[in-house]
Design a protein around this ligand. Structure first.
Ligand SMILES: [Fe+2]
Ligand SMILES: [Fe+2]
Length: 361
């Protein structure tokens, strides 16, 4: 490895460090780690194995194996302990050193390439977390290359762990938000399960629109929280069995703004907040609170509006009977272009028709 290669490697390593720490999306992190390891170590094949909690089992987490079939070995049992000292001593880990001999032979039968793979430990605060492996070809790695390999391992481990922690944190946040939203909507005894169903219909539209992961998560949150502002509406109005009076209707119509005010305190939730604020706007501009028209209404709100209405008309209320889903779809179509965004009505109807067909098949 000459000087320019060292500089190039360090530059790539620095770039990798920035890239993997700039996102908390686990798939993006893993993709970056695999591709940068591949280019830094000059190996098209890269695999990441993570230790199970008892530290004796390694499972395949992700891989880059161009042209190859799916890896035939996904789990390595009875793994002996390994540490980073190996790499600092100028060596790498071979699988044969850390798994029982018989098992090793079995693994090679299924996946011969493992014989030529070398591994660096993934570590967090000196604790083993897994291994990252590359195909060695025939060359011997220099000490600098091994140091870089090892450093990649540490960075990769931290990035993966951070992304995992963030994912579970986000998951528990979403659960809390759902529990909160259901608790609020359950004050209205006639809308049990409304939030869950609206969220489900929104997810169908999100899939049909091929939204990316982040957008989909925000829409899920917006649909979950769309009626959170009902927390500020009196029980007597929420629970009223008959049709609301004009004053009561005015009070009820405040819930999108109350919801938006609650969420407005969280800057990162601006997209979600707009979805909540505008879910009773109408495509023809006759909705509330602002009377926005057409695509001036944020996309999340236009989607929630369809899902919300569909659930309301397919659910029995004290003052009205539920109508069946087919009839409800034609009701939505009837209001396409006036109440709803026509392009989204089309997407929704197609998605719902697929579901109906799926059920009847
Ligand atoms: Fe609402
Ligand atoms: Fe609603």
């Amino acid at each position: 490895m000459d000087k320019s290669e060292v500089i190039e490697s360090l530059r790539s390593l620095h770039y990798l460090s920035k890239a993997i720490n700039s996102t908390l999306d686990i798939d993006t992190v893993v993709e970056e780690v695999l591709s940068k390891t591949s280019s830094l170590m000059g190996s098209k094949e890269v695999i990441i194995l993570l230790l199970e909690s008892d530290k004796t089992v390694l499972t395949l987490h992700s891989y880059l194996l161009p042209g190859a079939e799916e890896p035939q070995v996904k789990r390595f049992d009875k793994v002996k302990s390994f540490d980073h000292c190996l790499v600092h001593k100028g060596t790498v880990i071979n699988l044969s050193e850390i798994v029982p001999e018989d098992d090793y032979c079995r693994y090679l039968e299924k996946m011969p390439m493992l014989a030529n793979m070398v591994f660096a430990p993934l570590e967090i605060k000196g604790e083993p977390y897994g291994l990252i492996g590359v195909l060695n070809g025939k060359k011997n790695f220099s000490v600098i290359e091994l140091e870089i390999f090892c450093s990649l391992g540490s960075q990769a481990a931290i990035a993966i762990e951070n992304a995992n922690l963030y994912k579970s944190l986000k998951g528990s946040f979403l659960h809390t938000a759902e529990a909160l939203a259901e608790a609020i909507s359950s004050r209205d005894p006639y809308t049990g399960g409304h939030i869950r169903r609206v969220k489900k219909y929104c997810e169908k539209i999100a899939s049909a629109l091929e939204m990316d992961v982040e957008e989909r998560e925000d829409l899920r949150l917006a649909s979950t929280l769309h009626d959170i502002g009902k927390i500020g509406v009196e029980d007597a109005i929420l629970r009223k069995k008959g049709v609301l009076s004009v004053e009561e209707e005015i009070a009820m119509r405040k819930h999108p703004e109350i919801g938006a005010r609650i969420l407005g305190h969280i800057e990162e939730m601006r997209g979600v907040m707009l979805g909540v604020l505008c879910h009773h706007e109408r495509f023809d501009g006759l909705g509330y609170p602002a009377g926005l028209k057409g695509v001036d209404i944020p996309l999340f709100a236009r989607i929630i509006s369809i899902a919300d209405t569909f659930d309301t008309i397919t659910t029995k209320r004290p003052y009205k009977e539920a109508i069946d889903r087919v009839e409800a779809i034609s009701e939505i179509v009837k209001n396409s272009g006036t109440q709803f965004d026509p392009s989204l009505v089309k997407v929704f109807c197609e998605a719902m028709t697929e579901v109906e067909e799926g059920i009847s098949n």
